[in-house]
Design a protein around this ligand. Sequence first.
Ligand code: BTN
Length: 268
Amino acid sequence: MYSDHLVLTTFNEMLKTQQLGKAAAPNEIWDEIDSTNSRALLLANEGAPHGVVVAARMQSAGRGRQGRTWVSPPDAGLYISFLLRPQVALTELPLISLATGSAVARAVHSACGLEVGLKWVNDVIADGRKLGGILAEMSRSKALIIGIGLNVRAVERPAELAGRAVAIEELVAAPVDVNLLAANLTWEMEQSYSLLCRGERTMILDEWKQKSVTLGKNVRALVGGAQEVEGVAVDLARDGALLVRTTGGDVALHAGEVTIRNVDGSYV
Ligand code: BTN
């Protein structure tokens, strides 16, 4: 049944997954919480099992990457975290960010009919603006928390985000069923996680490359917070690092953030 906001019973009924959202411990949907990632980290440290899903209708202290805030107004976005207990080698884990990006893209397409692009390492882009982001964190108990924020409804944004952020409903004609979006995302996360567990590295990399808005572009990045790298993003390495061709040779970026150069020479 359609609802304009997240409802736990509706979300649970829509789930077609085997593991994610089907754990022995219950999924949680909060009317308001500080951060779904913080809640999932707490649950993980208390021993919650693989597959628990935590979502919220609003976050009072949503967290983004690099210590930023994730603005999370009531019923304006999807704020959701998955608690995973990875059975794969730690060396495979960097790929989970890329696999998650592809899962988000498939879910946004299947639930809302919108094609999105992926900016390394884990920004979801539509119409040249940021539609969503992914925050992966490791708990003390070695659980992996994958938090995803997606802008769904068109809302007034803080001045610093205006022109740089976009919501799904600004780009599609029909209202978004956020419970369907959450259920489809859980399904697609399960598919992506299964690829990772089966060691399907090439499939994960190829799908991400196909959706990439970064490859082939002039990019700029800070490495280790200090050294500036500027060049053309040419490929992904086997471990998911971004290969940037600079005048001094190829540089592999393993973490951090890139900005992409526009035709007018500005960077976004
Ligand atoms: C980014 O900086 O692009 C990542 C944003 C991740 C936001 C999501 S919203 C659900 C989860 N809970 C949080 O506090 N952050 C993530």
